[in-house]
Design a binder for this molecule. Structure first.
Ligand code: U2F
Length: 562
């Protein structure tokens, strides 16, 4: 049985020393310890002593190993990316607080030791059973495990979870399909289950949403923040000078109305990209940045970095986040940063989560090239009042709840998802029974089953099946019905033969299937469940989409998922 543990002392000892990245993570773990402890108490009450199995978990942080080049650690104090460190620190804390038996490795030597692979023998299959129930790692770590575990990795692969910031779509993950259809990148094609990849934001439900946390406020702090906001104070998002390059025009407009602050790393002199009218504080420790965010009214992004934690921290501290809309959207097809990443996701702004899940008044997304709109928006921001806001899924309780649910319920090791014994007597012709909903312009499947007789997670009672519009992905189709695409329900789609009125039916490996082509009155059935993709879309097809409900503020979990 896993027992919640709020003391982070042993965790801090395990994290180790000797790298700036580890020190950053330890400072964060220490700083947020009290917040995690009170979240653990609340979740414990909520779960009412639910029996939770204690798992043996290995966390191998591949990108921090010397063997992967560790380019991040030397940049921690120089304005380099910290988002990944924020997330790993929070994952470690969540696993520790949930009471699991944790081992942490940041080197190949430690990895070998924990896996019982004899050192110095190159690729060496694990002979005995895997000494862990779960292994959290990243793409670098996965590669290292392949090199050092050899073929035995295949046998143990279902225990692995890959922390993958931007996500991996099924077309890129499926080795054969990726190779044949031009989706092969440096990263993908591991043939994992799509939900074994865990992302920083809920990009596509093909992957599991892992997330991280932002600092929470008590009532007094909230009131103080609202009282002490400086209405004309703006803080620019971007700790590296290059992020400010070419932004003089926007800074000049902003400067007409507001006092501009920055936290840009510099060595001895002000970086030339940062105008002299900007008050640059230099790169700050997280808690000092927090204090600045409490005073600032506006947190403004200029397009890079993409999808980091800082906008959530700003919004949690009562700032309005103003960011550029990307038109056309950025993606691996048209932008260097995303090139080679195993996703075709179209990034519609600097921070699509803030845009789509939070929105106004906390988040304003506009076309920065329209100077009049930009100017008017700054003035509007100075007029409106907003309260600090943090989505539940980014609180410690929300993250603990989600990670708990994954650990206790996600199972990628069972041979096949058990297919419910559907037969024609279970098919309901005529009007759709309750789990199915009708969308304008969509085809409805009238097919039902006795959900209560099977045990699935998420439970089948959450399932809603619908068809997308032509060109629409299942991510969007489910979203427009107030639902979320749920790839675990993909097996249901194998029964579509029962109902689809198609003139022709083809069954193939295609990440867009199952789908219906109106033009040819043809139905395409999915041959390989691994390839089912919530994210896939094509103007030629109406996709058939398994969707589910979700908890308010916790999109990863359906209403009955706890
Ligand atoms: C993202 O990484 P970044 O590190 O660039 O993301 P940010 O949103 O800037 O913030 C990371 C943390 O840096 C902290 C701040 C955030 O938690 O509190 N920080 C700080 O401690 N001191 C300061 O002066 C300013 C910020 C993203 F997360 C990565 O996944 C991407 O690889 C990267 C590139 O898109 O962007």
């Amino acid at each position: 049985q896993a027992v919640f543990q709020s003391d982070v002392g042993t965790l801090l000892e395990q994290v180790g020393t000797g790298k700036e990245s580890l020190s950053f993570m330890k400072r964060r773990i220490r700083r947020l310890a009290a917040q995690w402890a009170s979240a653990a108490r609340r979740l414990d009450d909520k779960l009412r002593n639910h029996w939770r199995e204690q798992k043996r978990i290995l966390v191998h942080v591949g990108f921090l190993t010397e063997e992967s080049g560790d380019v991040f650690s030397p940049k921690v104090l120089k304005g380099g990316p910290l988002g990944e460190m924020v997330q790993w620190a929070d994952i470690l804390t969540a696993l520790h607080v949930l009471g699991h038996n944790l081992k942490i490795s940041v080197s190949l030597k430690e990895l070998h030791g924990f896996l019982g692979v004899p050192p110095g023998r190159g690729s060496c299959p694990l002979t005995g059973p895997l000494p862990f129930d779960l292994i959290y790692t990243d793409y670098h770590g996965l590669q290292q495990m392949k090199q050092h575990m050899g073929l035995s990795l295949r046998k143990h692969k279902c225990h692995i979870r890959v922390i993958d910031t931007f996500g991996t779509e099924p077309a890129y993950n499926h080795e054969e399909y990726a190779t044949l259809h031009g989706y092969r990148t440096n990263w993908g094609y591991w043939n994992l289950h799509g939900q074994q990849y865990m992302t920083m934001f809920p990009h596509t439900p093909d992957n599991s949403f892992m997330g991280f946390v932002a600092e929470e406020l008590n009532e007094t702090e909230r009131l103080n923040i609202q009282r002490n906001k400086v209405n004309n104070m703006a803080l620019v998002y971007g700790k590296e000078a290059s992020m400010w390059k070419g932004k003089e025009k926007f800074l000049a407009i902003l400067h007409r109305y507001m006092e501009i602050h920055g936290t840009v790393y510099y060595e001895t002199q002000r970086p030339p990209e940062v105008p002299t009218f900007v008050k640059n504080h230099g790169l700050l420790p997280q808690h000092e940045l927090q204090q600045l965010l409490r005073k600032a009214k506006l947190f403004i992004g200029f397009g890079f970095p993409y999808e980091g934690p800082a906008p959530l921290e700003a919004i949690a501290n009562g700032c309005i986040f103003l960011q550029p809309k990307f038109n056309p959207p950025h993606s691996s097809l048209n932008h260097e940063f995303f090139r080679g990443k195993p996703t075709s996701r179209k990034v519609s702004s600097q921070h699509p989560y803030a845009e789509q899940y939070i929105g106004r008044p906390h988040v304003i997304t506009i076309d920065f090239n329209n100077s009049e709109e930009f100017d008017a928006t700054i003035r509007e921001i100075m007029r409106i009042d907003v309260k600090p806001f943090l989505p539940y899924e980014y609180t410690c309780e929300g993250m603990l709840e989600r990670v708990h649910a994954y650990i206790q319920n996600q199972d990628f090791c069972s041979p096949e998802a058990p297919f419910p014994p559907v037969n024609s007597s279970r098919v309901w012709p005529g009007s759709p029974p309750s789990p199915f909903i009708l969308l304008p312009n969509s085809r409805i499947l009238t097919w039902a089953f006795n959900a209560s007789s099977f045990s699935f997670w998420p439970p089948l009672s959450a399932l809603r099946l619908l068809a997308s519009l032509e060109g629409q992905s299942c991510v969007k189709a489910c979203q427009s019905a107030g639902l979320i695409c749920e790839p675990s329900f993909v097996f249901i789609l194998f029964f579509l033969r029962l109902e689809f009125q198609c003139e022709g039916v083809e069954s193939e490996m295609n990440h867009l299937f199952p789908a219906f082509s109106a033009e040819h009155a043809e139905c395409g059935l999915q041959q390989d469940p691994l390839l089912f993709s919530c994210a896939g879309s094509s103007p030629r097809y109406q996709r058939l989409c398994p969707c589910r409900d979700y908890r308010k503020g916790q999109v990863a979990l359906c209403r009955d998922c706890l």
